[in-house]
Design a protein around this ligand. Structure first.
Ligand code: F6P
Length: 328
């Protein structure tokens, strides 16, 4: 049952691309069409709103994209939208197309922009959490996280072969600007001796103690996963400091980088993207505005943007403990 007068919706992706965004776009388009809405594809995120890069699309436009990484709508981190002038121009462009509802697929930066825009112009916006970092409050998982972890694990398994063959210590840096979700999941799934995440402080002495303990137990190689946002610095900096104190260790560093953002989404991300896309459009037509849709314990939940942006989703302590216990 539709409660709103929304007729024309726009969908865009913004911020870092994440595998599963295309599944979500497809779901938004087809859900919108199934409800009798006109759906506009907006390219290049907020920059596309400002520049009027919007076209009405049909079901066939989103055929054969479900399995693809990246985003067919392209993405951007828009500086122009951070200005009042940019947002005013964006509002005018939306009015020209009579777009009266938006689905914003992205992360906290995307929702910060959406929140400001809604407060200024009142256009209903429903956000969909998509970032490999999984650092958003109001959902168990963000689109792209599962694929990124599995991609990183494939690389870590390969590095382990070299670590083992040469009796080396590898410091492997994974993405996660402010959060250790990718790192902790990779650490557990990849059997790391140690995981360094911003949510759990590990001193350099702690790293040294862990490596020494491993050698005492006759381990000849070790893997340390470092989250990009760790408080001790990046993997190179940490490895250099450890190497100064343990010069006999054969230490190498590998930064996995953007390969974690690409590739075909896992079944988890395809299904999550599809579910959230449908829930976003249903939320819009049922009067949702200024909210992010998420799935918590398998149920669809809507959280206002301000809480989604400022809320903290801590890493489960049990996972941090699990890494330590597995290194006994
Ligand atoms: O937010 C996703 C993310 O991949 C972070 O993990 C990383 O710090 C950042 O984006 C990298 O951003 P960019 O695409 O600008 O290199």
């Amino acid at each position: 049952m539709r409660h709103s007068k929304i007729k024309n919706i726009g969908v865009f992706t913004s911020g870092g691309d994440a595998p599963g965004m295309n599944a979500c776009i497809r779901s938004v388009v087809r859900t919108g069409l199934s409800l009798g809405l006109n759906v506009y594809a907006i390219r290049h995120g907020y920059d596309g709103i400002i520049n009027g890069e919007m076209e009405q699309i049909q079901s066939f436009h989103v055929s054969n994209i479900l399995q693809k990484g990246g985003t067919i709508l392209k993405s951007a981190r828009s500086e122009m939208f951070m200005t009042r002038e940019g947002r005013t121009k964006g509002h005018l462009e939306l009015k020209k197309k009579k777009i009266d509802g938006l689905v914003a697929i992205g992360g906290d930066g995307t929702f910060t922009g959406a929140n400001i825009f809604y407060n200024e112009y009142g256009i209903p916006i429903v956000g969909v959490p998509a970032t490999i970092d999984n650092d958003l409050y109001g959902c168990d998982y963000t689109i792209g996280f599962d694929t990124a972890v599995n991609t990183a694990l494939g690389a870590i398994d390969k590095i382990r072969d070299t670590a083992n063959s040469h009796d080396r210590v590898f410091f492997i840096e994974v993405m996660g600007r402010h959060s250790g979700y990718i790192a902790i999941h990779c650490g557990i799934g990849g059997g790391a001796e140690l995981v360094m995440v911003p949510e759990d402080i590990t001193s350099i002495q702690g790293v040294i103690d862990t490596l020494n303990k491993g050698r005492d137990k006759k381990k000849t190689s070790a893997i340390v996963i470092v989250a990009e946002g760790d408080e001790q610095g990046n993997a190179h900096e940490i490895a250099n400091r450890v190497s100064e104190q343990l010069p006999k260790l054969d230490i190498r560093v590998s930064t996995l980088g953007h390969l974690q953002r690409g590739g075909s989404p896992t079944s988890h991300d395809r299904i999550l993207g599809s579910r959230l896309g449908m829930a976003a459009v249903e939320g819009l037509v049922n009067g949702g505005k200024n909210v992010m849709v998420g799935i918590i314990e398998s149920r669809v939940v809507y959280t206002d943007f301000e809480s989604a942006i400022s809320g903290v989703k801590p890493i489960n302590d049990e996972l941090i403990r699990l890494v330590k216990v597995m290194n006994t």
